[in-house]
Design a binder for this molecule. Structure first.
Ligand code: ADP
Ligand code: NI
Length: 211
């Protein structure tokens, strides 16, 4: 099967790879590639504009606010500037910019309804990449990047508790299953959620020398 790629793809991939060349391991090109792949898979079962899904997924992390002193406007602005180079149909760039503005968990919370099916798909894909085996790997990588402990048992929270990576599972990762917008996303989230629960049970058992 010889599928012709839409003309915006190659320049967008090259741009994103270049922008993310120095990115931390959980937010690098491979994160974007996984989200893109999954977004396309979710989109296949939805009524969506594929160019919006492609561009939204590929451009969603070009400038994460966490690594830009909390500035939430840089990513959408950079993406808009980049898309001016592409010959896109009317409304595409505006739609993609809105997706980039709203895709993040921090900005939208788990339960916000997406304004479009294209956002629903990209947001589900981005959240799924924070779950399961990959999600676990990304969390510990992020914690290591920040010099955080793996885990601090509750009985030792006698002072201000340090932000341990295991705590992030309860603050975010185990909540993500409730916020899926697509049917396939929901099914995949349930499997990835169970995997994280299994991981935590084994982690605590090993922590206490029970297994
Ligand atoms: P988003 O970009 O979707 O808003 P984040 O940037 O908060 O999400 O998270 C991106 C990745 O970094 C996810 O895999 C997330 O689990 C991980 N991460 C974010 N904050 C923490 C943390 N405090 N501890 C461990 N991992 C984290
Ligand atoms: Ni992302």
């Amino acid at each position: 099967m010889d599928e012709e790629q839409p003309p915006y793809l190659a320049p967008t991939i090259a741009y994103v790879k270049d922008q993310l060349a120095q990115a931390e391991g959980g937010h690098d090109w491979y994160h974007v590639e996984r989200v893109w792949r999954l977004a396309r898979r979710l989109a296949a079962a939805e009524d969506t504009d594929l160019s919006v899904v492609d561009l939204g997924a590929l451009l969603h992390d070009v400038a994460d606010a966490k690594f830009h002193h909390g500035d939430e406007s840089i990513g959408p602005r950079k993406a808009r500037q980049f898309m001016e180079r592409l010959a896109l149909g009317p409304g595409i760039s505006d739609h993609v910019v809105k997706i980039i503005e709203q895709v993040s968990f921090r900005k939208s919370g788990v339960h916000t309804e997406p304004f479009s099916r294209e956002l629903a798909v990209v947001q589900d894909a981005d959240r799924l990449d924070a779950m399961g085996a990959i999600g676990i790997a990304r969390a510990f990588n992020f914690g290591g990047h920040k010099g955080r402990p793996l885990h601090v048992p509750p009985e030792e929270h006698w002072e201000k508790p340090p932000a341990a990576t295991v705590q992030h599972f309860y603050d975010k990762l185990l909540l993500l299953k409730e916020g899926m917008h697509t049917e396939l996303g929901q099914a995949l989230a349930e499997e990835r959620h169970r995997f994280m629960q299994t991981f935590l049970a084994q982690f605590y058992a090993e922590w206490h020398g029970r297994r």
